[in-house]
Design a protein around this ligand. Structure first.
Ligand SMILES: NC(=O)c1ccc[n+]([C@@H]2O[C@H](COP(=O)([O-])OP(=O)(O)OC[C@H]3O[C@@H](n4cnc5c(N)ncnc54)[C@H](O)[C@@H]3O)[C@@H](O)[C@H]2O)c1
Length: 443
């Protein structure tokens, strides 16, 4: 199947999946938390000397993750799966060139991944496919006894969030959200500052995924083959986790607090239709597409402890990249892009550089790995720190930093914002994916 065939088949599937699952997700969101399961919060990995990986989805992200993980000692990549055979073959050639053993390749159709997860020699399956495939692949992996690590967002409906939680609990396998932004230099340093009490009692935070993706959305390869279709079917926050993951850490979400209520609004749709006028041929079939997702979606989240978070999504407007990454409390405030800080009692009422704070608050992972991370890793090194940390947890037999409850809670603003927007910005409740276990000690 070539990239264009793939785009056509994905488009129909995506529409069906979007319509069917939105209704189902809303129904489930109003129900109780479902059958009680035995929690996997804090569940340790088995100790192991090496970690054997299989990858599903060898596109832009899959290839960069392969590079991150191969740079870490004691990692073996045994299997690669993609519906486009050339993608697996190219990745295999790169592994061989770097002196690694040949992985086995799987590419016979949309469900070839079922054979990969059925192997008995994999410790972790990494899933970097279009969003609609994350959940079926993660469920298949866990049911076959594999821990899974899923790209963002893990799920796009509330029912699917629950399916991940239920299956992780039933199989006793971890489902990790590969949220690299939690491992950014600033995010890890700010987390340290929060825990040290530099900002006092935290009252609010703000975050975003504001990234001009117009060129990518209209590309004839990679994400252009599937990501724009989400804008046809959904109106809400399509990509909540990059901003929300780090903020969830600052606010001890699922470890002393939890997301409780969300209200959301979407602006009109304007930038994608305008962009295509000048960038696509007049007879290009994409000129007829009708987008539903407002250029800006903005949500307010209130936590169970009354803290407030603003969460933005905007991948359509011409703009500089911005995840906002703001956290504030009774003694001060940090905000990013560019990073700046204000602490109560400062001589001038203006933001200051974070540089003087680095020696005290730089996270030890960055002190230890920073140079290597910057050399090896994408996105300013945070991808490498994330990969290194996950492998460390798996070798040492500790619990992962990010578990299935985080994956579900951080993904849930996608469908919840859709519901709120569709109901005139009505407040909607987050399910308690932890089943009342969120009040535990802060992590
Ligand atoms: N964390 C980050 O910073 C980051 C960055 C980019 C993308 N992502 C995420 O990574 C995922 C992949 O994005 P991408 O940019 O690599 O997209 P992509 O389109 O480049 O790659 C997706 C790959 O999945 C393959 N695929 C599709 N259906 C499949 C199936 N049934 N079985 C096997 N392979 C299948 C495609 O052929 C393609 O090679 C998405 O969830 C995206 O949101 C995360």
């Amino acid at each position: 199947m070539d990239d264009h065939d793939l785009a056509a088949s994905r488009r129909d599937l995506l529409r069906l999946a979007g319509l069917a699952s939105l209704g189902a997700g809303l129904a489930r969101a109003t129900q109780d938390a479902g059958p009680a399961g035995q929690s996997v919060a804090g569940m340790r990995f088995e100790v192991r000397a090496k970690v054997r990986l299989g990858f599903i989805g060898i596109g832009g992200r899959g290839n960069s993750l392969i590079d991150e993980f191969t740079a870490i000692p004691d990692v073996e990549i045994l299997a690669l799966c993609d519906v486009v055979p050339e993608k697996t073959e190219k990745a295999k050639a790169r592994l061989l060139q770097s002196g690694k053993p040949a992985p086995e390749l799987y590419h016979e159709g949309d469900h070839a991944y079922e054979k990969l997860v059925g192997r008995d020699d994999l410790d972790l399956v990494i899933i970097a496919t279009p969003w609609i495939w994350h959940v079926p692949m993660a469920l298949a992996g866990m049911k076959q006894g594999k821990h899974v690590a899923v790209e963002v967002p893990a799920a796009r409906t509330i029912d699917d969030c629950w399916a991940l939680v239920d299956t992780s609990e039933a199989t006793r396998r971890h489902c990790i959200q590969l949220e690299n932004c939690c491992y950014g230099y600033n995010e890890m340093m700010v987390w340290n500052m929060v825990r040290a009490g530099l900002f006092g009692e935290i009252t609010h935070a703000a975050c975003a995924y504001n990234h001009d993706l117009r060129e990518i959305l209209f590309s004839n390869e990679g994400e252009g083959l599937w990501r724009r279709f989400e804008h046809l079917d959904r109106n809400g926050n399509l990509y909540p986790t990059h901003g929300l993951g780090p903020v969830a850490h600052y606010l001890d979400i699922n470890r002393g607090d939890r997301f409780d209520t969300l209200v959301s609004m979407s602006s009109p749709v304007a930038s994608l239709p305008e962009y295509r006028k000048t960038h696509l041929a007049a007879d290009d079939p994409r000129q007829k597409e009708i987008y539903r997702c407002g250029d800006l979606n903005i949500s307010l989240i209130r936590t169970a402890r009354g803290k407030v978070i603003t969460l933005e999504h905007n991948t359509s407007t011409p703009q500089p990249y911005d995840r906002i990454n703001l956290v504030a409390g009774t003694k001060g405030i940090f905000r990013d892009y560019p990073p700046r800080i204000y602490v109560d009692g400062s001589p001038k009422e203006e933001f200051a550089s974070i540089d003087p704070y680095k020696p005290k608050f730089e996270h030890p992972y960055w002190t230890k790995l920073g140079a290597l991370a910057l050399e090896k890793g994408g996105h300013g090194g945070m991808d490498f720190v994330m990969a290194w940390r996950l492998i460390e947890c798996m070798k040492e037999g500790t619990a992962p930093d990010i578990d299935v409850y985080d994956a579900a809670a951080w993904s849930a603003p996608g469908p919840l914002s859709e519901e709120s927007v569709a109901r005139g910005s009505a407040p909607v409740k987050f399910p308690d994916f932890t089943r009342h276990r969120w009040q535990g000690a802060a992590g």
